[in-house]
Design a binder for this molecule. Sequence first.
Ligand SMILES: Nc1ncnc2c1ncn2[C@@H]1O[C@H](COP(=O)(O)OP(=O)(O)OP(=O)(O)O)[C@@H](O)[C@H]1O
Ligand SMILES: Nc1nc2c(ncn2[C@@H]2O[C@H](CO)[C@@H](O)[C@H]2O)c(=O)[nH]1
Length: 436
Amino acid sequence: MVAMKFPGQRKSKHYFPVNARDPLLQMAQPGDIDTAYIVGIDQTLVDIEASVDASFIDRYGLSLGHSLVIEDDVAEALYRELTDKKLITHEFAGGTIGNTLHNYSVLADDRSVLLGVMCRDVRIGSYAYRYLCNTSSRTDLNYLQGVDGPIGRCFTLISDNGERTFAISPGMMNQLRPESIPEDVIAGASALVLTAYLVRCKPGEPMREATMQAIEYAKKHNVPVVLTLGTRYVIADDPQWWRDFLRDHISIVAMNEEEGQALTGFADPLAAADKALEWVDLVLCTAGPVGLYMASYTEENGKRKTQHPLLPGVIPEFNLYEFSRAMRRADCQTPVKIYSHIAPYMGGPERIMNTNGAGDGALSALLHDIAANGYHRTNVPNSSKHQRIYLTYSSLAQVCKYANRVSYQVLNQHSPRLTRGLPEREDSLEESYWER
Ligand SMILES: Nc1ncnc2c1ncn2[C@@H]1O[C@H](COP(=O)(O)OP(=O)(O)OP(=O)(O)O)[C@@H](O)[C@H]1O
Ligand SMILES: Nc1nc2c(ncn2[C@@H]2O[C@H](CO)[C@@H](O)[C@H]2O)c(=O)[nH]1
């Protein structure tokens, strides 16, 4: 069996995946090597990207920056106008969790499992076909539930100012049934990944129940549940409902600063991340050109001081213990909160191709680190790294670096799905660095 690619070396200057050289790992018998994987649920969607003017958004009853579900007749009219005027620029496999799992599999060179629907009979050239062709071969699609109808379409409408507006034509994307959630697949996963979009379905559509079924299995088998928040409007509809949902079901939340504000009332991403720790164990909050923040818990006795400069913020010197590894609060005897921040990698790309999926990319990196921890724990259980039950393999500071690096990679390409893994050697580092 091939070993999973590990997230990075213990060196702070750069962050990229390399094969683990842990001698203990090499001693393990091949039969002992167990794989770690991530499972997620998504609405199976293709992104149909087009550049439009403001009047287009108004004409179809959409709302700028929002992701709205549209009726079939509106979708047909909209699609016809886009094709007639030749406005469609790209068509990709999409869906926020599909993207995240694909990116995870590309980064880890390892298995992820996608749960959702797929057309029972796939026609060559159809959107379903395109979805399958544009998903990593390491993403296991064998558990998809067959449906007799189309997958969803996500019209990704880019305005002159670069703002994206999503119009979702759902097709059969919300027809995933609770019986289609395999308990053993959830039980063996390092994490279950969900999006807030999953609970946005019409009465009678089973997606929400299927999601709740997966959450129930994850809780039963102590698998951390990860939620990414979608857009701020989904949260702003009923912030208290979401706070309760996080408190009751979620270990890890990923959001951008706007979603963070809708959830917590705090516009400052560090304040929002800190507030969210009331409900969950680990927070990833991306903040566009400001970079990203992470917040979590660790054991008082095991906390580690940073060697980086201390940073100012709503919590002074908040990054003091960022060299600590994240833990679930319930696994700490004396939990202490830890925080970290990182500015965009290399100051951000010279030219941003597309910010679509930059946040999802950051989440894939975090998931890779979590799965690497599960992999290492299974294969080297006596390692000092597992004296406590940690959530991440690396320190919060290191995970921030990795997440940030992956976001940069997504910003540098057009599609939200990585076309390849990170380079083994960063061009930005001088030759002597590699000669150690
Ligand atoms: N304008 C920018 N300049 C530099 N870096 C950026 C910029 N926008 C985004 N980034 C990088 O990408 C990361 C994620 O960006 P952002 O906060 O925009 O994600 P998001 O809104 O969740 O994206 P999406 O919902 O499309 O996945 C940031 O943490 C930062 O590292
Ligand atoms: N699952 C899901 N993904 C969405 C929705 N709206 C937008 N996205 C995805 O969000 C991604 C960008 O983060 C795009 O690739 C879209 O496909 C939705 O309602 N559900």
